[in-house]
Ligand binder design. Structure first.
Ligand code: LLP
Length: 470
C-alpha cells in the first residue's frame, strides 16, 4: 500500500500560506464564515458569543450541516437504488456522535439508526426513534442488552458470534416473537483512508468468516424465533473511493446468492465508513459517486449471477456528523520551540486536548486549526496545537500555520471534529467533558450539558461516604 497523505508528516506536506485566516471550504461547515470584523460565525453565531455564553472548550455542532448531510446521503442512495429497481436504507451510525437531538435531526431527515450497545440503544429510544428503525450490532452484546433490544422491538439484531444465535433466539422465544436478524460477516476487505487491502483470512474480533455464512445461516433458519434478514458487513472507516466497497460487494453477493437457495434474503447491509476531509490534503469522494458506485457494484454482481437485487442498507456515521462539528478552545500559552536545527515551531497550548479529542493520540489523526476570534496580518508561523494534559502525546493539531502573533486569549477552532471526538471523550486528568452546543440560523443552544468538577467529584465514593456519615 502506498503512503496516504494521512501518513505523511504534516509539517512536510504543509506549504507556508500567505495568510492563515482562510477557512478551507471542504473542512469547515458550509455556514462557517469570517466576517469583516475578523470574527468567525458558525451557523450564524459569532464564536466570541459562543465563548461568552458557554465557555471553552466547546463542541459546536452545526444542525443545518448535519441535516443537509443526512438528507443528501439519503437522496443519493435513494436515487442510486431506484436506478437499479431497488431501495436503500441509510442508518446513522450513532457511535460517531449520539445525543437525542442529533437522533431527532437524522431521523427527521429519513435515516434509520444503528446502535452498538445498550447505552446507545437507550439514547435512540429516548429520542423517540421508532424501534423498527433501529439496528443493533456489536461483538459482545450482553444478554440484558439483547433482551432489551428484543423487548422494545428493534428492527434487526446483527448476530456476531455463534453464542449470540442462541442468546437472541431465546430472548425472542421468551417473548413469543420472531426477531429479524442479520449476520455480520467479514468480506476480507479492509479499507483504510485512500487504500484498501483484500485478504483471504481475518484476524479480528468482529463477525464470521464469509466461508461459514451458509452453515451459520442454515442454523439460524432452523430456529422458529429468528428470521434471517440478510448479511451485514463493514469494511472500515474513513474510506476514500469505491474500490474497497466494490471488492467487498463482489465477495458478499457471491455468498448472498448461495443463501438464496435456502430461503429469502431480503437485505444486504454494506456498512459505513465514508471518508471526510480533515485537512486540505483530503479529497473525499462525493456521496453521490459513492452511492452510484456501491449500488452499481452490487447490481452488477447480482446481474452476473442472475439473481434479484436485494434491498440495500448502509450505515455511515462520520460523513454525517464529522464535518458539522467544530471544537472551540482558548489559547493559554504560546511557546516558541527550536525543534531541530532547521525547525522552529510555536507550541500553542489550548484549554482542552486529548480528553475532548483522542483521535490524534489514538490514530495519529491530522486536523487543521484557525484563530477565529480575529483576523491577523501577521506572517503565518508553523505551530503545533497541544492540550493541557500531562502527556507529550497530547497533540490536537500536529502541524498548522497560524498567525505568528497568536496569543493567550485568542479563540482557536479545530474543524471536522463532529465525529468520534465527543463520543471518545474522557476525563483524563480530571478535566470535565465540554458541553455540546447546536448552532443554526443565528441561534445556539446546549444539546449536551458540560460537566463540572463537582460532577466528577460526585462519583468519588470516598467523598460521598464522608458526607453520608456526617
Ligand atoms: N457500521 C459499523 C458496523 C461500524 O463498526 C462502524 C464504525 C460504522 C458503521 C460507522 O463508520 P463511519 O461511517 O463512522 O466511518 N473511532 C474511530 C472510528 C471507529 C469506527 C468504528 N466503526 C475513529 O475515530 O476514526
Amino acid at each position: 500500500m502506498s503512503a496516504s497523505p494521512a501518513h505523511v508528516p504534516a509539517s512536510d506536506r504543509l506549504a507556508k500560506p500567505d495568510t492563515a485566516n482562510d477557512l478551507v471550504a471542504a473542512v469547515w461547515p458550509a455556514s462557517a464564515d469570517r466576517e469583516d470584523d475578523g470574527i468567525v460565525r458558525i451557523g450564524g453565531v459569532p464564536v466570541t458569543e459562543l465563548k461568552e455564553r458557554f465557555g471553552t472548550p466547546l463542541y459546536v455542532l452545526d444542525e443545518t450541516e448535519v441535516r443537509a448531510r443526512a438528507r443528501r446521503t439519503r437522496a443519493a442512495f435513494d436515487a442510486a437504488a431506484a436506478e437499479h429497481g431497488t431501495t436503500a436504507e441509510v442508518y446513522y451510525a450513532g457511535k460517531a456522535f449520539l445525543s437525542t437531538e442529533v437522533v431527532r435531526w437524522v431521523t427527521q431527515e429519513g435515516l434509520a439508526v444503528d446502535v452498538s450497545t445498550g447505552g446507545e440503544l437507550a439514547v435512540a429510544l429516548a429520542a423517540g426513534t421508532d424501534p423498527v428503525r433501529i439496528g443493533f450490532h456489536g461483538n459482545n452484546k450482553s444478554t440484558a442488552e439483547i433482551s432489551r433490544a428484543v423487548e422494545v422491538g428493534v428492527g434487526s439484531i446483527v448476530i456476531d458470534s455463534d453464542a449470540e444465535i442462541a442468546r437472541v433466539a431465546e430472548a425472542a422465544a421468551a417473548r413469543g416473537i420472531v426477531q429479524s436478524v442479520r449476520l455480520r460477516v467479514n468480506s476480507g476487505v479492509h479499507a483504510e483512508t485512500h487504500d484498501f487491502l483484500a485478504t483471504a483470512h481475518e484476524d479480528q474480533k468482529f463477525g464470521f468468516p464469509l466461508a461459514r455464512a451458509v452453515e451459520v445461516v442454515g442454523r439460524i433458519r432452523e430456529l422458529p424465533s429468528l428470521r434471517f434478514d440478510g448479511l451485514h458487513c463493514h469494511i472500515g472507516s474513513q474510506i476514500f473511493g469505491v474500490a474497497g466497497f466494490r471488492e467487498s460487494a463482489a465477495r458478499l453477493v457471491e455468498v448472498h446468492a448461495q443463501l438464496l437457495s435456502g430461503g429469502p434474503v431480503p437485505v444486504l447491509n454494506l456498512g459505513g465508513g465514508f471518508g471526510i476531509a480533515y485537512t486540505s490534503a483530503d479529497d473525499p469522494t462525493p456521496i453521490e459517486e459513492l452511492a452510484d458506485g456501491i449500488v452499481g457494484a452490487v447490481a452488477g454482481e447480482c446481474a452476473e449471477r442472475g439473481i434479484a437485487l436485494p434491498s440495500l442498507a448502509v450505515e455511515p456515521g462520520r460523513s454525517i456528523v464529522g464535518p458539522a462539528g467544530v471544537t472551540l478552545y482558548e489559547v493559554g500559552t504560546v511557546k516558541p520551540v527550536q525543534a531541530t536545527d532547521e525547525l522552529r515551531r510555536l507550541y500553542v497550548s489550548v484549554d482542552g486536548g486529548m480528553s475532548d479529542n483522542a483521535r490524534p493520540a489514538l490514530y495519529g489523526a491530522q486536523y487543521s486549526a484557525r484563530v477565529v476570534s480575529r483576523a491577523s496580518d501577521a506572517e503565518p508561523a508553523l505551530a503545533r496545537v497541544v492540550g493541557k494534559h500531562c502527556e507529550s502525546g497530547d497533540i490536537v493539531v500536529e502541524a498548522e500555520y497560524l498567525p505568528g502573533d497568536v496569543a493567550p486569549g485568542d479563540l482557536l477552532a479545530v474543524p471536522a471534529t463532529g465525529a468520534y471526538c465527543f463520543s471518545l471523550a474522557s476525563n483524563y486528568n480530571y478535566i470535565p467533558r465540554p458541553p455540546v452546543v447546536a448552532v443554526a440560523e443565528g441561534s445556539a443552544r446546549v444539546i449536551v450539558r458540560g460537566e463540572s468538577i463537582d460532577d466528577l467529584l460526585a462519583r468519588d465514593a470516598g467523598i460521598s461516604s464522608t458526607e453520608g456519615t456526617e
